[in-house]
Design a protein around this ligand. Sequence first.
Ligand SMILES: C[S@@+](CC[C@H](N)C(=O)[O-])C[C@H]1O[C@@H](n2cnc3c(N)ncnc32)[C@H](O)[C@@H]1O
Length: 230
Amino acid sequence: MHILNKIMTSSTNKPGIADAYDRWAETYDADPNPTREMATAVLRQLNWDLSERDVIEIGCGTGHNTEWIAEHARRVIALDFSEAMLQKAKARLHSSHVQFLYHDIRLMWPIAAASVDFVIVMLVLEHIENLKTVFAEAARTLRVGGGLFLCELHPMRQVLGRQAEFRNPETGKQECITAYLHDVSEYLNTGLCYGFELVHMGEWRDTNTLRSEMPRLLSLQLRLLNKHST
Ligand SMILES: C[S@@+](CC[C@H](N)C(=O)[O-])C[C@H]1O[C@@H](n2cnc3c(N)ncnc32)[C@H](O)[C@@H]1O
């Protein structure tokens, strides 16, 4: 994997990814963001029956997908390491079957082994340098037969220089958030290493664009076959 060149420019002395999301949290939901909107639509096309199921969402951000997941699932545990994003999510959603946890997903998740049915990851993995920790934790916490769904900025688009960025509402300056390039094969092979099989792969273009245009999003729907890892 490679770190993208257009690495963040921070207007403050808090250069981390979590700090950048803290600065973005206030305007994240209102900012025009076709990538977030498309990912939202892609998640809602997922043919999973979440009813009576336990779900982990990692990198839940302000919780707009958490809200939709919570409408369908029995229990949702949503993790994020930006306090300001989590505050927005908590303000959005008060429900006894939803738990928000402040946690860095690069570390072991504070969730019991084989305790959930689905793990959902929306627009998070570009910020994770080593995918193995995330796939390992998904495999550990999922019950065998459980599903992992991820939807990420397509690597072809990353190669064109796209990455999560926002206009800092306080300074008016554009900030790029540290991002790492993962090829499609890296996502897939890491999943295979941790006992997943591929159920469906999606490459999502904007409507009315040519086939020659780069897809905006990559989605992978995986199923945990066994607990064996390499
Ligand atoms: C682009 S936002 C996506 C938020 C939400 N999933 C969505 O689709 O709108 C990425 C989120 O991932 C979170 N994130 C990035 N790296 C993380 C890490 N190592 N641990 C926990 N959360 C992380 C950020 O704080 C941010 O809220």
